[in-house]
Design a protein around this ligand. Sequence first.
Ligand code: EAX
Length: 328
Amino acid sequence: MKSIYLKAVVVALSALTAGLVSGTASAQTQMRISTALAKNTHYGVAIDVFAAEVEKRTSGRYKIQTFYANATGAEREAIEAVQLGTQELTYASTGALPSFVPEVKIVDVPFLFRDAAHARSVLDGPIGQEMLQKFDARGFKAMAWGENGFRHMTNSKRPVKAPEDLKGLKMRTMENPVHIQAYRTFGISPTPMGFSEVFMALQQGVVDGQENPLTVITTSKFDQVQKHLSLTGHVYTPTMFLMNKAIFDKLPEADKKIFLDAAKEGAKAGRAKVDAEEKNAVSELRARGMQVVDNVDKSKFVDALKPAYVEFEKQFGKANIDRIRNAQ
Ligand code: EAX
């Protein structure tokens, strides 16, 4: 009799403790996500939507603090912090990612994607999802691909109409080895640096030019320090929602799904912002005084890259490049 009574007390007590524990668990968990560009950009929108979706779908059990314009460090440092777990999340381009997960380099091959629809369907399809999984072994949960966009060249020296015009230009590039190799093949002298240093490097003439999607050129006001824009569209740059793997793994199953779905929503919002902004970007940049070459013959740029493609095919396998290139 006594022992039954005791058991009942124990059960009641443990129920109470469980209640208390779940009471504490329902207190808010704070997490941080950072990105390289300002709040009013396609990156800012992506992390804002991600944060809002996580908060909404978990009824506020998580609070995602958002940091813009490299406030927690450049992309490389932010990715490192996520790998270490000192920061939970970041939304970054493929600029610095290859140093962490070399397999991702293939997406940076120039003129690989025909258009944004092609890029998005490859990244959201089996090829892109396989690549996300490569991040597991390196301490990341790669949650979803997002978008920076097709890169175009700007410089302060001359209009770039053909690859010959690039010879001798000193250009800031991302730290991405595929870009660096391709741009050298064009005759460019590449100067890799983090994004936060670019405006000043252009302003002070440390470099003659840079290349970025139109949305980045307009929102970063590169027109103030660059005269010429050429719509080369030479490389597509995706972005990625990255989370520390151990922190992700500890989430309850239902929350894992919420985080993954929220990342997809964030990516979608980012891509929609790219679509909206690209419509007016060229006329906007012209209005701000840039000289725009909008009729470059892309096949000449592709031809000029022949020696680089030989290297890329060796490095990534021609079949793997073709599999992406020929995806419908
Ligand atoms: O993710 O560093 C860069 O040029 C990227 O395109 C972007 O602006 C930051």
